[in-house]
Design a protein around this ligand. Structure first.
Ligand code: PMP
Length: 356
């Protein structure tokens, strides 16, 4: 499919604000990729055009029944000034798995990837400089646009990609976070949509996050819905526990998001010959190991933070202080390795980065 382009004249283009103004997801670039779908034509007319609002029918099915999926990945400015994407096809493939689960049409991956590259070339000046940990966040999204109030799969959709320059995740340095383990709310149930990156999962998570933040915690750690004992994942991260003699992360059992950072960390740990297990783990096991002095580190993995060291876990009124609240050695090593690959500073034996 040919990708059409409609580009703003130079005098209407805006420029990248200073690092300090960036934050996360508040500023958007000059252009976006848009591609409609209908049952007759399938996906058609992919176009890069100026960023701006859509017009939607008030009966658009996404507004009522929530057929909405999205992805999140980053483009990095390398020291050679090139633009690097980290495992972009893994995100598009995950998006297609989300689409299938939500009865939405799958995307033509090749066309979308070509469209993303065209969009990034046009808005290349929006990829922040390499030296400060900033990057360009890429948000592919698909929503049901057909007007109608019957509950069924829509027959019309819109796919789009928007871009947002984001500041360093750790502007004041790589700091451990305080996490609240909730046994009051659950995120996903077996047979539900937990492994799909669908909007409703995030809507459902907000109340727990707000309550945790009111108590001074950064994020929520979810437990399984049935027994509320097995560790699942954090707000927007998968989780790893480093014990005296092994590293453990919960398995992809259908209720957690199969994180691309999680997968990359598992591969690096295997490269480094470290013993790692993907298995169910209870919150009691974590606390007990900490009491015995056998819990060395806990960290989250996700696109936004890459690696996020956890300084403490709060569960049922008890606090588990990890590694005296300091950054762990393994978390730091993984963070340095992954970011060096992402910014093109280091060899990439797994073929994870794509240079534009
Ligand atoms: N879990 C959830 C619920 C998330 O939203 C994310 C962020 N996409 C992750 C885990 C981490 O996934 P990834 O490493 O692909 O960013």
């Amino acid at each position: 499919m040919e990708i059409k382009t409609q580009i703003l004249p130079p005098d209407q283009r805006r420029s990248l604000p200073s690092d300090k103004a960036l934050g996360f997801g508040k500023i958007f670039t000059d252009h976006m990729l848009v591609m409609p779908y209908d049952a007759k034509q399938g996906w058609h007319e992919p176009e890069v055009r100026p960023y701006g609002p859509f017009s939607l029918d008030p009966a658009a099915m996404v507004l009522h029944y929530g057929q909405a999926i999205f992805e999140g990945l980053k483009a990095y400015r390398g020291q050679d000034d090139g633009i690097y994407l980290f495992r972009p096809l893994a995100n598009l493939e995950r998006m297609n798995r989300s689409a299938t689960r939500m009865c939405m049409p799958t995307l033509p991956v090749e066309t979308v990837f070509a469209g993303l590259k065209a969009l990034l070339q046009i808005d290349a000046d929006w990829v922040p400089p390499a030296d400060n940990g900033a990057s360009l966040y890429v948000r592919p999204t698909m929503v049901a646009t057909e007007a109608g109030l019957g509950v069924r799969p829509a027959m019309e959709y819109l796919f789009f990609i928007i871009l947002s320059p984001v500041g360093a995740y750790y502007p004041e340095g790589f700091n451990p976070v305080k996490i609240y383990v909730t046994d009051k709310y659950v995120r996903a149930v077996p047979g539900g949509v937990g492994e799909a990156k669908t909007a409703g999962n995030y809507a459902a998570s907000i109340m727990a996050a707000v309550e945790a933040q009111q108590e001074g915690f950064t994020q929520v750690l979810w437990l399984d819905a049935k027994e509320r004992r097995l560790v699942e994942e954090v707000g927007t991260m998968n989780i790893f526990f480093v014990f005296k003699d092994r590293i453990v992360t919960p398995p992809l059992s259908g209720t957690i998001l199969p994180g691309i950072t999680r997968d990359s960390v598992l591969r690096l740990l295997a490269d480094w010959n470290l013993p790692v297990e993907e298995r169910s783990i209870t919150i009691d096991e974590v606390f007990a190991a900490n009491e015995r002095g056998e819990l060395r580190e806990v960290f989250g993995t996700g696109t936004a933070a890459v690696i996020s060291p956890v300084g403490s876990l709060h569960y049922k009124g008890r606090d588990c202080l990890i590694n005296r609240g300091k950054i762990g050695e393994l978390a730091l090593r993984l963070f340095n390795e992954l970011t060096a690959i992402q910014y093109g500073r280091q060899a990439d034996p797994h073929g994870w980065v794509v240079r534009l």
